[in-house]
Structure formats: C-alpha cells, structure tokens
Design a protein around this ligand. Structure first.
Ligand code: HEC
Length: 124
C-alpha cells in the first residue's frame, strides 16, 4: 500500500471503530437498564404480595375489591413509570399512604408494567 492509501485506510478504520464503539456502548447501557428494571420488578412482586394483594388481589387480579392492576387499564391513566410511581408514592397503600420509599414505589411500578405486559417500559 502506498502512503496515501495507507492513511486513507487508517482514517476509515478510525471512523468505523468509533461508530462501532459508540453503538456497542449504547447497547451495553440498554442491556444494563433492562437488567436493573428486571431486578426491580422482581422486588416489586414480593412487595406487592406483602402490601397490596389484600386489596388488589394476587397478581393484581382485583380479587380484593380494589381496581384490577394486571389488564393494562391502569397504564391508560398513568402511562409512564414516573407518573405511576408518583401516584403510588402519594396514594398507596390506601390504608397507609406515604409509607413507601422511592425505590419501593419504583419496584412496584415496574412490577405493574410487567403485569400489564408492557415490560420493559418504552419511556421514562
Ligand atoms: C387498603 C386497600 C388497598 C391497599 C392495601 C392498596 N390499595 Fe391500591 N387502591 C385501593 C383503592 C380502593 C383504589 C382505588 C381508589 C384510588 O385510586 O385511590 C386503589 C388504586 C390503586 C391504583 C390506581 C388504579 C387505577 O386504575 O386508577 C394503583 C396503581 C394502586 N392502587 C397500587 C397499589 C399498590 C402498588 C399497593 C401496595 C403498595 C396498593 N395499591 C395497596 C386500595 C388499596
């Protein structure tokens, strides 16, 4: 390879590797987010059984008389994790609102997204 061709090749490789690196990094970030959200939803499942099931039924099936939480209807009202989590934080459990930590409200929110077959959430 002549000198100019070599430098051209090096320049192309730098561009290719940079783009590849950025895409790889973004992919890793997305994978890490989904892994975190999956752990949070699992924690939410245990919290739900302990604190929410008496009124909302097992798996949010509504058996306790409070609204069903497993058919997606609640996500028509609170369509983002942030809005659902804010509602839960301020209003639930109805018998003792305000007792949840921010992390617990997030865990419960992700569990409800999972129950609604909208997991992982597509936006924050
Ligand atoms: C003492 C009974 C009771 C408990 C315990 C309870 N809830 Fe509720 N929940 C209700 C009632 C009643 C409503 C409907 C009235 C309202 O929206 O405030 C409701 C509404 C909701 C809604 C909104 C549903 C909709 O379609 O508008 C969500 C989400 C929710 N609860 C989540 C939870 C979570 C998560 C927990 C556990 C931390 C929990 N609830 C515990 C009684 C309860």
């Amino acid at each position: 390879m002549k000198g100019r061709q070599l430098w051209g090749f090096v320049a192309v490789m730098i561009v290719v590797l940079t783009i590849g690196g950025v895409l790889w990094y973004q992919h890793q970030q997305a994978v890490a987010t989904i892994q975190l959200q999956t752990r949070e939803a699992t924690a939410g499942q245990a919290l739900f059984a302990a604190m929410c099931e008496t009124c909302h039924g097992p798996g949010g099936n509504g058996a306790g008389g409070a609204p069903v939480l497993n058919d997606g209807a609640v996500l028509q009202k609170y369509s983002t994790p942030a809005s659902l989590s804010a509602f839960i934080s301020s209003n639930m459990p109805a018998s003792d609102p305000g007792i949840l930590t921010t992390q617990e409200a997030t865990d419960l929110t992700l569990y409800i997204f999972q129950l609604s077959h909208q997991f992982p959430p597509t936006h924050g």
